[in-house]
Design a binder for this molecule. Structure first.
Ligand code: DGL
Length: 271
């Protein structure tokens, strides 16, 4: 990319996830960087990513990144733990703009938070099978013990909007019981959908367990990366692209995350 074709600092930050989960990152970006324009791509046609192979998630991630770049994004935030674990390391060097994922910031925050040295990680089946969190935590401190479990039922429940529901709470209790019995004091919410269940998870875990929100830590990492070159935009906007229509999307964005959406359109990634 030449100097003249480089996106200006008022170009949007491109963000993608499989569905609504990445909006938890958008919500934190809004708080950390209120002057930035955000272009969010929710791959609602292909959600969930969490049970798919690395090859498929990598292809989807490339197609999503290509679309965001075509739309003029100045950087790409992979607001999906599954794509950050399975695809980001192999695709980041293909792109002429900075790319940042959610995994490393979340791992660093967990290492900082734990007192007991016992960390729990919850995520999709693919994220947990990749052992990406365990490896990232051990790169920072090999002495820590990591208990990582897959919670494949949570993303469909969240996409259905069952955030404050007894079925979701029962499923969470079942998933969390084994790690809580092992004395962990920190849990990484290793899927960007999960901060939408933060209140329920905190209620089950009790005050002795800190919850590390990968969305919050990713937004702080983006702020650091933009450093002294933030947008000077006076009317920051949130534009949304979905790869298929999604009924619950706007409801959750507005009701649970209090996001104001300036435009929403359906676009196809890939082909
Ligand atoms: N929110 C994503 C993640 O952080 C994807 C979940 C999914 O599509 O299964 O892993």
């Amino acid at each position: 990319m030449t100097e003249s074709s480089r996106p200006s600092n008022s170009a949007p930050i491109g963000v993608f996830d499989s569905g609504i989960g990445g909006l938890t990152v958008v919500s934190e970006l809004r708080r950390a960087l209120p002057q930035e324009r955000i272009l969010y791509l929710g791959d609602t046609a292909r959600v969930p990513y969490g049970g798919k192979s690395a090859e498929t998630v990598t292809r989807y991630s490339r197609e999503n990144s290509d679309l965001l770049l075509t739309e003029g994004a100045k950087m790409i935030v992979v607001a999906c733990n599954t794509a950050s674990a399975l695809a980001l390391p192999s695709i980041a060097h293909h792109y002429p703009v900075p790319m940042i994922g959610v995994l490393e910031p979340g791992a660093a925050a967990a290492v900082k938070a734990t007192q007991s040295g016992k960390i729990g990680v919850i995520g999709t089946r693919a994220t947990i099978a990749s052992q990406a969190y365990t490896k990232a935590i051990h790169r920072l401190n090999p002495e820590l013990s990591v208990n990582a479990i897959a919670c494949p039922l949570l993303v469909p429940l969240i996409e259905e909007g069952l955030l404050d529901d007894e079925i979701t709470e029962a499923v969470l209790r079942r998933y969390l019981a084994p790690m809580l019995g092992e004395g962990i004091d920190t849990i990484v919410l290793g899927c960007t959908h999960y901060p939408l269940l933060k209140g329920v998870i905190a209620g089950i875990c009790g005050p002795g367990v800190s919850l590390v929100d990968s969305a919050e830590n990713c937004a702080l990492a983006v702020k650091q990366l933009l450093g002294s070159d933030p947008s000077t935009e006076l009317t920051p906007k949130l534009d949304i692209l979905l790869t298929d229509s999604s009924e619950g999307f706007l409801r959750i964005a507005e009701k649970s995350l209090h996001l104001t959406i300036d435009s929403l359109s359906v676009r196809r990634a890939g082909t």
